[in-house]
Write a protein that binds this ligand. Structure first.
Ligand code: SF4
Length: 442
């Protein structure tokens, strides 16, 4: 979501006449789009600003965007060593040119007002990691020469209030974009040459515009001619309906990969987290998904050391990991986020050494499972969308989101090729190209 927001900000600033520097040494204004979901992300931002302030040898305007803007406004301005000039929250980016101007006039300014309806409709993001000056490119080619995936935010904010999570406070309540504007944007992306879109939302599958819910929206998107791959993230297990599962199974251009955040395998902890499902609900959902779509790859997020998590709760998480056999998992140690229910009501009572022990154990188990799951694909033929060139060849992604390396050859970014998988590691696959091939959705 932050990557997408940075693309929106680039577009707003470009249209206001700003141009992009190649690197921070050349920049007059440095904006950091921040995440405060975890404590480590916040600390990283502080370190980065300190470096800019003290190692650049001059004084650029420094601004904070994103979740930290809302979450840590007071401490950011108070910290004189950082010397922050402006703070702009995730719903205030349209005002950014004005805010920058005030900061240039040495007025410290913070706009962190959250909105009930801001969804940045009508702003076309400047896509890709392109950092040069887009004015040098033809208008239509702004979006980056490397057209593979375009992020498309369909909702912003969240109403779920999981007790550990800062998002509803930092990004406000959930709002959905209109069906018409989403379809229009995706049709344009296809015309511009993007083979893949990834639909984004904090709780992407609770999308609602009038009578159109997420399965209906996905149904319409999957019928857009020429759109080869559709991904979405992150769905909440409680909103993964049978209609959605059927659609994933049916449509060749909806990728067979679901990132389904588990958070904990203990029903008691899930209740404290306000996740609205139990361990058995989650396992039943996985069974339903696999019954309809046996080839689906599943990935997840897990938090270890949530307040009151006992050895028994942790064993429940282990048992779900062993049973589901996720293709990969992002595993984090719990850290209290100011303002959340968990930080207010629960004591962070799992000792740091215990959290470390649990995360190490879980990571090791998950790595073993990921390796074994990847090894099962050796000998299979996968359709790979080429994403980038690297020193030893090319890298791309299968429909199931696994990364595949291919030795050097004549390909181009955005091309689909058939690959026979010959090797597997914990983090991905490698193989040899059979021949350039059109994707099966054609
Ligand atoms: S669903 Fe829960 S974890 Fe996800 S953004 Fe919303 S509150 Fe946070």
């Amino acid at each position: 979501m932050n990557e997408y927001d940075s693309e929106l900000v680039k577009s707003i600033l470009f249209n206001a006449g700003y141009r992009f520097a190649d690197n921070e040494e050349k920049a007059d204004i440095i904006l950091l789009n921040t995440c405060s979901v975890r404590d480590s992300a916040t600390r990283k931002v502080f370190g980065q600003i300190y470096e800019f302030r003290h190692e650049l040898g001059r004084r650029p305007i420094i601004g904070i965007l994103g979740c930290m803007a809302t979450d840590a406004k007071q401490s950011l301005f108070k910290n004189k060593k950082l010397g922050i000039d402006l703070i702009c929250g995730p719903d205030s980016y349209r005002r950014l040119p004005e805010i920058i101007q005030q900061a240039q006039n040495e007025i410290k300014i913070a706009d962190i007002e959250l909105s009930k309806n801001e969804n940045y409709d009508g702003i076309s993001p400047i896509r890709g990691s392109f950092s040069g000056n887009p004015s040098a490119l033809p208008q239509d080619d702004f979006s980056h020469p490397r057209k593979v995936n375009a992020w498309v935010a369909i909702t912003r904010g969240c109403n779920n209030f999981c007790t550990f999570c800062i998002v509803p406070y930092a990004r406000g309540r959930e709002r959905s974009r209109s069906v018409a504007s989403i379809l229009q944007e995706i049709k344009k992306l296809v015309r511009d040459g993007y083979p893949q879109v990834t639909l984004l939302g904090q709780n992407v599958n609770s999308y609602k515009d009038g009578k159109t819910d997420f399965p209906l929206l996905l149904d319409k998107i999957s019928q857009i001619k020429g759109l080869k791959r559709i991904r979405f993230m992150s769905p909440h297990p409680k909103d993964l309906s049978l209609r959605l599962i059927d659609l994933i199974a049916e449509r060749p251009n909806i990728c067979k990969h679901v990132h389904l955040p588990l958070q904990s395998g203990s029903s008691r902890i899930l209740k404290l987290m306000n996740r609205c499902y139990t361990k058995n609900d989650y396992l039943a959902l996985v069974d339903r998904l696999r019954a309809k779509c046996p080839q689906v790859a599943l990935t997840t997020d897990v938090i270890v050391g949530f307040p009151t998590e006992k050895e028994k709760d942790f064993k429940d998480t282990l048992s779900v990991i062993k049973k589901v056999r996720f293709d990969s998992a992002f595993i984090f140690k719990y850290s209290p986020r100011n303002g959340t229910v968990a930080a207010r009501k629960f004591t962070d009572d799992v000792r740091p050494e215990e959290k470390t022990k649990r995360i190490v154990f879980l990571n090791e188990l998950q790595r073993q499972i990921a390796l074994e799951e990847n090894q099962k694909l050796i000998g299979s033929i996968q359709e790979v969308l080429i994403e980038e060139r690297y020193e030893n060849g090319w890298r791309g992604r299968c429909d199931n989101n696994k990364i595949v390396s291919i030795p050097d050859g004549k390909y181009h970014v955005g091309e689909f090729i058939k690959v026979e998988i010959t090797h597997a590691s914990v983090n991905g696959l490698s193989g040899i190209s059979l021949a350039s091939a059109k994707p099966s959705s054609d």
